[in-house]
Write a protein that binds this ligand. Structure first.
Ligand code: GAR
Length: 200
């Protein structure tokens, strides 16, 4: 059984969707560890309630590589095969990324490469796009930049607020994160340049 490591910083709804699908047998893996960089993260509490191995490694005031070394140690201790960033609001160092080549996924609430970084849904509304969505991609050493595995689009409506648009996108996030994890776990893909090509 493949072992997932989940990294989060807050609410943890993407983590919950993944955990639900693992429990329902829709992802052929187990959650080996859930790590939060914030002690107050709701996702950490949810992980504990579910009886999962939930670990807090506070990042406040820590230098990036020193922090990432702690993360690497915890993930290796738990023999994690795939790392899923689920609302983990902290940049990872190149050192961390090199440690787990093509084994780190991230979800972002926009159609990348549009609107990377913080407050993607706010950026989309400000820009006036008519379609937005979400992206699951491999993590490389640049922000929200690695090869794209799955995307989903949603309309932007006239009366949308950040909240209503975010909710519409979030529903798709919960769906495509599982889809992307299953693609990566299956190994049935190859990467050509920036393109993730699905095989059969
Ligand atoms: C999600 O919308 C996720 O796409 C976003 O944070 C939210 C976390 O929600 N991530 C980013 O913006 C990363 N740059 P959750 O904690 O309920 O999964």
């Amino acid at each position: 059984m493949k072992r997932l490591g989940i990294l989060l910083s807050g609410r943890g709804s993407n983590f919950e969707a993944i955990a639900d699908n693992v429990a329902a047998g829709k992802i052929p893996a187990e959650i080996a560890v859930v790590i939060s960089n914030r002690p107050e993260a709701r996702g950490l509490e949810v992980a504990r309630q579910r009886g999962l191995n939930a670990v807090c490694i506070p990042s406040k005031g820590m230098e990036r590589e020193a922090y990432d070394r702690l993360l690497i140690e915890e993930l290796k201790k738990n023999r994690v095969d795939l790392i899923c960033l689920a609302g983990f609001m902290r940049l990872l160092s190149a050192m961390f990324v090199r440690e787990f080549p093509l084994r780190i996924l991230n979800i972002h609430p926009s159609l990348l490469p549009a609107f990377p970084g913080l407050d993607a849904q706010h950026q989309a509304l400000e820009h006036g796009v008519k379609i937005s969505g979400c992206t699951v991609h491999f993590v490389d050493e640049n922000l929200d930049a690695g090869p794209i595995i799955v995307q989903a689009a949603v309309p932007v409506l006239n009366d949308d607020t950040v909240e209503t648009l975010s909710a519409r996108i979030l529903k798709e996030e919960h769906r495509i994160y599982t889809e992307a994890i299953n693609i990566v776990l299956s190994g049935k893909f190859r990467i050509e340049g920036r393109r993730v090509i699905l095989e059969d």
